[in-house]
Design a protein around this ligand. Structure first.
Ligand code: PTT
Ligand code: SF4
Length: 607
C-alpha cells in the first residue's frame, strides 16, 4: 500500500504494552482514514456499554491518506472516543504537527485503551510507544505544559495535550495543542484525563511514501497556487474565520443572549475589522498556505481567535468588546475546555439568572463574573461550577429548564442561531456527534436560497454537504477551509488522493464510504444507548417556542411540523426508518451485515 502506512498502534496504558495492527487494503478502501477509521475501530473494539471515563473506553487518534503530504491543509487528525458528554460517538479535528509526526512514526492511527497508573506522557516513536512520568506537568495550563514538553522532546515533536479541564474530567474538555488548536468537543479531553495521559508526544522521523511522489509535489504546488489566487484570499489572511461575525450579524444568525436573538446593536467592536486593528500574529497549521490563526494580546498572553469562540463567548453572553471575549477564549485554551460548550453553559447560567432560577450566576455582559464562573467550571468548584461542568443537558435537567438549554443529543450548539434557518436546524439535529456545524454548514447556502422553506431540496443539499464535509474531509484528513472559504475545487482532492495512494477514487466511492460511516456511527449511538427515537434528532426547544424579537426576521421561529417533515425526508433519503434507525437493507447494501445483526438484537430492524 502507498499513501497509507497500513498500520495502527494499539497501546494499553494499564499494562504499558503495545501491539501493531496491520490492516489490509479492503479496510483502507472501505473506511479511507480519519473518522472512517475511528468509527470502525470504536465499533469493533469498544466493549458495549463501556463507561466513557473508565479504562474500557478507547481514545483513538487517526490521520488520513493525505495527512503529512504536501497540499492545502493536510496536517490534521481526528480524535475520537465514546463521549462522556453525550454517551454516544464523539470526535473532533485538530490541526498541527502531531498529525504529521503520527504518520512519520509509521502509523495511520493510535488507539489507547486502559489507564496509566499515574500521570504520564505517552511517547510514540517509529514502531512503538512508552509511558513517561508527568507528575511535574499535571496541573499545568496547556501553554506552559507545551513549553516544557518542547524543552524535553524538541521543537519539532508533535504534541497533543490536555489542560486542567481534562485532568478534572470535565466533559467539556478538549484535546489542545500549539497555543490555539483544539479538537474533540464531545469531551475527548476528559477521556484522555481519565487515562491519566497529560500529553501524547509523537517523535516521528520516518518517511511517508506516496505512490507518485513527483506527481504529488506537482499537483500540490498547483493547488497551493490556486488557493492563493482565489478572490477572497486577501480577506482570509486578514480576518480568517472572524470575517463571519459581520456576515452572521447581517443575516440574523449570530448567537445573542443564549440564542435568543440573531443581531447585535453594534457589531463593530467585535467583528473581523476589530480583529484587524488588534492583531499581532498570524500563523497556521503546518503545510497550509492559507493560515487562519489570528492572535491578539490580552493580559500579556496571545489569544488565538476564531469565529466560533468569539461569537459564543462574546455576543452570546452580551459581551460586545473583542478584548473581553478574547479573555474568555484564552482561558478556554489555557485550561483546555471547549470554547463553544463553555459559551453555551455560561449563556444558560446568565439566562437562568434572568429567569430567577440561579441568583449566583453572572448577569448578561458581566465579563469578570463569566471569567470567575468559567474557572469554577474547570475546577468543578462550588455547586454552580460543578453543575455547569457537566454540560448544559445535565444542568438543564437538574434545573428543569429544558426550554432554554441549547444542545442536541447532549452536545452544545455551535454559533449559528436557527430561529430562521430550518435547514441548519436539521444539520444540528442530524450531525453524527450532536449539535455541530462541522458536518454541514448549510446556513451559508440557506440564507441565499428559500431561507424559511421546509423542503426536500434542502434535505438533499444537507446530505450532499454531510458527504463532503463529514465524509471526504474527515476521511482524508484535510482541512476543509480552503474549499469552504476560498472556493478551492473538490477535484484537487481526488488528484492529490490519486498521487498519494495510486487509487483513482471517484466522488461516488467517497459518498458511499460517507454513507457507510454515517450508518455505522448511528449504529454506535443506538448500541450504546440501547434505544432510539426521532426525538434524539430534535433541535433545542427555544427555536420553536421563543421567536426572535429584533432585526429584520423578528417574529421568526421554527415550525415543528415543517421540521418533522424534513426529518422524515432525511431518513428516507438515507434509507433509515421513521425512528431514525438504519434499515437492514441499507446496512447490507453498505457492507455492514455484522452491524445489522448486532442492532437487530438491540432495537429490532425494519426491512
Ligand atoms: C471545532 C470547534 C471549532 S470549529 C472552533 S473554532 W471553527 C472552536 N475552537 C476552539 C478553540 O480554538 N479553543 C478551544 N478551547 N475550544 C474550541 N472549540 C471550538 O471547536 C480549527 C479550524 C476551524 S476554526 C474550523 S471551523 C475547521 N474545522 C475543521 C474540521 O472540523 N474538519 C476539517 N477537516 N477541517 C477543519 N478545518 C478548520 O479547522 P472540533 P483546529 Mg477543531 C483555539 O475540533 O472538536 O471539531 O470543534 O481544529 O486545528 O483548532 O482548527 O470557526
Ligand atoms: Fe489550519 Fe486554518 Fe490552514 Fe485550515 S486554513 S489548515 S485550520 S491554518
Amino acid at each position: 500500500m502507498r499513501g497509507w502506512q497500513g498500520r495502527a498502534l494499539v497501546f494499553d496504558a494499564s499494562r504499558s504494552s503495545s501491539k501493531v495492527w496491520e490492516y489490509g487494503g479492503e479496510f483502507a478502501l472501505s473506511y479511507i482514514g480519519g473518522r472512517g477509521f475511528t468509527a470502525r475501530i470504536l465499533w469493533d473494539l469498544l466493549p458495549q456499554g463501556a463507561d466513557p471515563l473508565g479504562p474500557d473506553n478507547l481514545l483513538v487518534f487517526a490521520a488520513g491518506p493525505l495527512t503529512g503530504f504536501p497540499g492545502p491543509g493536510p496536517s490534521k487528525l481526528v480524535v475520537a472516543a465514546k463521549s462522556p458528554l453525550t454517551g454516544g460517538y464523539g470526535d473532533g479535528n485538530v490541526g498541527g504537527l502531531a498529525a504529521v509526526r503520527l504518520r512519520e512514526c509509521g502509523f495511520d492511527a493510535l488507539v489507547v485503551r486502559g489507564a496509566a497508573p499515574k500521570p504520564s506522557v505517552l511517547v510514540v516513536e517509529d514502531g512503538g510507544a512508552r509511558l513517561e512520568p508527568a507528575e511535574d506537568l499535571w496541573g499545568l495550563d496547556a501553554y506552559e505544559c507545551e513549553r516544557r514538553l518542547r524543552e524535553r522532546y524538541g521543537k519539532g515533536a508533535g504534541v497533543l495535550l490536555i489542560g486542567p479541564a481534562g485532568e478534572n474530567l470535565v466533559p467539556l474538555a478538549t484535546v489542545v495543542c500549539e497555543g490555539g488548536r483544539s479538537g474533540g468537543r464531545p469531551g475527548i479531553g476528559a477521556v484522555m484525563g481519565s487515562k491519566r495521559i497529560k500529553a501524547v508526544v509523537f517523535l516521528g522521523g520516518g518517511e511517508l511514501k506516496a505512490a507518485d511522489p513527483k506527481g504529488l509535489r506537482r499537483v500540490a504546488a498547483e493547488a497551493y497556487r490556486e488557493v492563493s489566487r482565489r478572490p477572497s484570499y486577501g480577506l482570509w489572511l486578514r480576518q480568517g474565520t472572524m470575517a463571519a461575525v459581520r456576515w452572521a450579524e447581517e443575516n440574523s444568525v449570530l448567537p445573542v443572549m443564549n440564542f435568543s436573538e440573531g443581531v447585535l446593536e453594534d457589531v463593530s467592536r467585535i467583528d473581523g475589522h476589530a480583529l484587524e486593528r488588534l492583531k499581532v500574529r498570524l500563523r497556521g497549521c503546518p503545510l497550509c498556505n492559507s493560515p487562519c490563526g489570528n492572535s491578539i494580546e490580552v493580559d500579556g498572553k496571545l489569544a488565538e481567535l476564531d469565529y466560533e469562540g468569539v461569537a459564543m463567548l462574546g455576543p452570546n453572553l452580551l459581551i460586545e468588546d473583542l478584548r473581553d471575549a478574547a479573555r474568555l477564549s484564552l482561558l478556554a485554551d489555557l485550561y483546555g475546555i471547549d470554547s463553544i460548550g463553555l459559551g453555551v453553559v455560561l449563556g444558560f447560567a446568565m439566562e437562568a439568572r434572568e429567569r430567577g432560577l440561579l441568583s449566583e450566576a453572572p448577569e448578561w455582559g458581566d465579563v469578570r463574573g463569566a471569567l470567575e464562573l468559567a474557572e469554577d467550571i474547570v475546577y468543578r468548584r462550588g455547586e454552580l461550577g460543578e453543575l455547569l461542568s457537566r454540560g448544559v443537558a445535565y444542568a438543564s435537567l437538574k434545573l428543569k429548564a429544558d426550554e432554554f438549554a441549547m444542545h442536541v443529543k447532549g452536545l452544545e450548539v455551535t454559533a449559528y442561531d436557527c430561529h430562521a434557518a430550518p435547514g441548519m436546524a436539521l444539520a444540528y439535529g442530524t450531525s453524527p456527534i450532536g449539535a455541530h456545524h462541522k458536518d454541514a454548514w448549510i446556513i451559508s447556502w440557506e440564507v441565499n436560497n428559500d431561507r424559511l422553506g421546509y423542503t426536500r431540496a434542502k434535505v438533499r443539499k444537507l446530505i450532499e454537504q454531510q458527504r463532503i464535509r463529514g465524509g471526504l474531509f474527515e476521511f482524508l484528513v484535510a482541512c476543509r477551509l480552503p474549499w469552504v472559504e476560498l472556493g478551492l475545487s473538490l477535484d484537487w482532492y481526488l488528484k492529490l488522493l490519486k498521487a498519494a495512494t495510486g487509487v483513482s477514487f471517484t466522488f461516488e466511492q467517497l459518498w458511499e464510504a460517507a454513507d457507510r460511516v454515517y450508518a455505522l456511527i448511528r449504529a454506535f449511538w443506538i448500541r450504546e444507548r440501547g434505544e432510539w427515537s426521532r426525538l434524539m434528532d430534535w433541535p433545542p426547544r427555544k427555536w420553536f417556542e421563543k421567536p426572535l424579537t429584533r432585526g429584520l426576521l423578528r417574529g421568526a421561529k421554527l415550525d415543528p411540523d415543517g421540521y418533522s417533515a424534513m426529518l422524515s425526508w432525511y431518513y428516507e433519503e438515507r434509507g433509515w426508518d421513521e425512528r431514525g434507525v438504519p434499515r437492514r437493507s441499507t446496512l447490507e447494501k453498505l457492507g455492514l451485515e455484522d452491524v445489522a445483526s448486532t442492532l437487530e438484537g438491540v432495537v429490532g430492524l425494519s426491512p
